[in-house]
Ligand binder design. Structure first.
Ligand code: AMP
Ligand code: FE
Ligand code: FE
Ligand code: ZN
Length: 277
């Protein structure tokens, strides 16, 4: 049987709802040979996932998802095969997580001004020890009946440009690529479908990211249509980029449990590994 991988999975150390152990259990059940743990600005889920996967024959690829910004637009970069235990890297991520906490407090103050009362404690209890994000706030808004869905929490309050939106600390793509490179990793642009910059085509954006040192593109993603896949694959070929793919599973944080919904052939993982040699 062909080996398959899902290279974009979140745990509860960022805004997924599953522990690393649970993620590994799901990966096994879905027949995945390898998964990448790619929490936002946090690597704390990787070691527990490796330990849980030891006897199950599931390979854990150490990863991270960093938020960058160009012209007020977010571009998420995935870092693969990073040295997640590096002290310098851990300190950088800690600093980013601290800024995330401040931002979350600001979002809660804004919500209070809009008549929605979520306490800081409630939020930090839900988010736990890793990095806090808007998906945690969206979950609480939904749970408290303030919105009819998690998606509506974004459209009504906390989505980009929404009434309670607060900007996040963001790196430039070049800074993120340098960070990832410094710990031996390969940078890949995540879910390119979501990147919309005025007067710039996706190709312009990808070309500029390649100049910054991005080496791959997430062609396969739960939100990508067949047409998206075809277009991004063509860009990968044109710019000689690694092709990756993943579900972007957030456990129950999204409308469904996505792990394994995107399965890429393991040969694509080998191609990434070959660039590390
Ligand atoms: P943050 O990193 O705190 O800005 O939060 C970003 C997270 O919110 C990512 O996991 C996104 O997938 C999620 N997100 C952003 N917009 C939406 C939306 N409209 N519906 C559901 N999740 C969203
Ligand atoms: Fe997320
Ligand atoms: Fe993302
Ligand atoms: Zn993600």
């Amino acid at each position: 049987m062909q080996k398959v991988a899902d290279l974009h999975v979140h745990t509860h150390l960022s805004d997924g709802t599953f522990t690393p152990e649970k993620v590994v259990e799901y990966a096994k059940a879905k027949g995945l040979s390898a998964i990448a743990i790619t929490d936002h600005d946090c690597c704390c889920g990787i070691t527990p996932a490796i330990l849980a996967a030891e006897d199950l024959g599931v390979e854990i690829i150490p990863g991270v998802e960093l938020t960058t910004e160009v012209n007020d637009t977010e571009i998420h970069l995935l870092g693969y095969f990073i040295d997640w235990q590096d002290d310098w890297f851990a300190r950088k991520l800690k600093e980013i997580s601290r800024v995330r906490e401040e931002r979350a407090r600001e979002i809660l103050s804004k919500l209070r001004r809009h008549g929605v009362d979520i306490s800081d404690d409630e939020l930090f209890e839900l988010s736990g020890p890793g990095s806090v994000g808007r998906l945690h706030i969206a979950q609480l808004l939904f749970k408290k009946g303030c919105t009819s869905s998690i998606g509506q929490a974004f459209t009504k309050y906390i989505g980009n440009g929404g009434s309670c939106y607060v900007k996040k600390f963001k790196l430039t793509p070049l800074e993120a690529v340098d960070m990832i490179r410094r710990v031996g990793g390969v940078s890949v642009v995540a879910h390119p479908k979501t990147i919309n910059i005025q007067n710039k085509s996706t190709e312009d954006i990808v070309a500029s990211l390649v100049k910054d040192g991005v080496r791959g593109i997430e062609v396969y993603h739960s939100d990508h249509s067949d047409k998206n896949e075809k277009d991004f694959k063509a860009l990968a070929e044109k710019y000689n980029l690694l092709i990756t793919g993943g579900s972007d599973c957030h456990g129950f944080g999204k409308r469904e449990v996505l792990i394994g919904k995107v399965k890429i052939p393991y040969e694509l993982v080998e191609k990434i590994k070959n660039t590390l040699k």
